[in-house]
Design a protein around this ligand. Structure first.
Ligand code: ADP
Ligand code: MG
Ligand code: ZN
Length: 453
């Protein structure tokens, strides 16, 4: 009997901290990273009784921008709800989030594999405080003790959550998706999305099913609080194996949240997963609904100011400059690099240096684009071409040879076909193994063709 094959089912939740000036529901600065603990706080983000939140418009605009870039629809009706749970990093006892009425819904993103991943929602919420756990030595008895510290600078920082449908079938696609989102956040200038700083966080939901099955497994394992991309990938890979083994030995898997132990290289149970109803979601009574007539202005603004997206840029580089797909991907990686490349192309055109050469140079030499200038690159490429044949006599010799070998093109040219000249120029280039000075070939060919009958 042949053994059943299993395939993983993976869905992702990505959180991004928005780079707004102030927090989501108060005026405290949201630029908290590395700042002295508990210096960016006020009654609202400390959750003091009676303090009233108000909505940061800039954050809503950035959330909409992300949604639109992912092909989502901005909801006609959206509002905030309270997600209630107890944890020391949550002073109010609830997180203001969105649940039933998220800001943006139903988008999609294309992966390199050619497969699309559906985006379920892009919603707005707030960050929690930051807990730090340490082992401290006490002076008196030099006993070590576990201590926990809370920094409220992070509470209330705007967070956007992007939730996919369970469309991933392998970790490669997960990697590609996460990279694309990070790149998008930076292109849109909505978040620096630095994973090490916790500005972008990944949660993966994993289950497995027999290959070819259409319906979703009746459980999912949520991999949470894993603060690096590498570990998330390792945890997903581990989970896929663990779950297959469990199913094969007829163990029942159930909904739970697991973390990653990088010393033991395995996932471990954190808690059995709570269900949505455990959070007692209800509409936030202190905040107004987001009304479409007011959102309309933001949507129009976002559309107007939408930059060319990385994937469009990439395919435009291929189609208009004829460069390799892999090079285009590298050159479109950041907006700055892409701009640099296009500036070099503009300048290269005047010196007869083609896009392929420039792409090649930038991709392989990786010049530091902060200090380098496009002009320098063009100069370097020109120098590199010093093997260039500029000597008129030599060029004439090449031209004569080409004229002899291309009687048809010569005839066409004499009949007035301008395109034939291009054929001749191309042949001279070819014959010279690319070394002829292209700017001098045409006049030389013209001269010869004029004097000869
Ligand atoms: P929660 O806040 O409870 O995690 P969300 O709706 O925010 O719920 O996220 C659920 C995530 O789990 C989505 O990314 C979804 O695609 C994914 N998911 C749902 N069912 C499965 C499944 N059977 N296997 C893997 N992922 C799943
Ligand atoms: Mg979740
Ligand atoms: Zn505050």
């Amino acid at each position: 009997m042949s053994k059943l094959k299993y395939e993983p089912v993976i869905g992702l939740e990505v959180h991004a901290e928005l780079n707004t000036k102030s927090k989501m529901f108060c005026r405290c600065s949201s630029d908290y990273f590395g700042k002295k603990p508990n210096t960016h706080t006020c009654p609202v983000c400390l959750g003091l009784p009676g303090a009233l939140p108000f909505i940061n418009k800039q954050a809503i605009e950035k959330c909409i921008k992300i949604g639109l870039a992912l092909g989502c629809k901005v909801s006609e009706k959206s509002l905030f709800e309270r997600k209630n749970y107890f944890y020391p990093d949550l002073p109010k006892g609830y997180q203001i989030s969105q649940y039933r009425w998220p800001l943006c819904i139903n988008g999609q993103i294309m992966l390199d594999s050619g497969e699309a991943v559906r985006i379920n929602r892009v919603h707005q919420e707030e960050d929690t405080a930051k807990l730090t756990h340490q082992l401290r030595t006490q002076n008196l008895k030099s006993k070590t003790q576990k201590c926990s510290f809370i920094d409220f600078n992070r509470s209330g920082v705007p967070l956007v959550e992007i939730v996919t449908e369970p469309d991933f079938k392998d970790v490669e696609s997960v990697r590609d998706y996460a990279k694309k989102l990070q790149q998008l956040f930076r292109y849109l200038d909505v978040s620096s999305a630095d994973m090490e700083r916790g500005e972008m966080r990944l949660e993966a939901n994993v289950s497995v099913r027999p290959e070819g099955t259409k319906s979703l497994p009746g459980y999912r394992i949520e991999l949470k609080n894993i603060n690096s991309f590498k570990f998330t990938v390792a945890a997903i890979e581990y989970e896929i194996k663990r779950q297959i083994t469990a199913i094969e030995s007829r163990k029942k898997l159930s909904q739970e949240t697991r973390g990653w132990d990088d010393d033991k290289k395995c996932t471990y149970l954190q808690r059995s997963k709570e269900e949505a109803h455990d959070y007692r979601y209800f509409p936030e009574p202190d905040l107004p609904e987001l009304k479409m007539d007011r959102l309309k202005v933001m949507i129009d603004n976002s559309r107007k100011n939408m930059p060319e997206l990385p994937w469009s840029k990439q395919s435009r580089f291929v189609s208009s400059y004829g460069i390799k797909k892999t090079d285009a991907k590298i050159l479109a990686e950041t907006k700055d690099l892409a701009e640099f490349f296009e500036e070099a192309i503009k300048q290269g055109k005047e010196s007869g240096i083609n896009a392929g050469e420039i792409a090649n140079y930038i991709v392989n030499k990786k010049p530091d684009i902060d200090s380098a200038q496009a002009t320098q690159i063009i100069r370097k490429l020109k120098e590199k071409n010093v093997g260039v044949i500029e000597d008129e006599k030599e060029l004439e010799k090449l031209a004569k040879q080409v004229i002899k070998d291309n009687t048809k093109a010569v005839l066409d040219y004499k009949k007035g076909k301008e395109a034939a000249m291009q054929v001749l120029i191309g042949s001279v280039m070819k014959l010279s193994l690319g070394k002829a000075d292209i700017s001098k070939i045409k006049p030389i060919l013209e001269k010869i063709l004029k004097v000869k009958p």
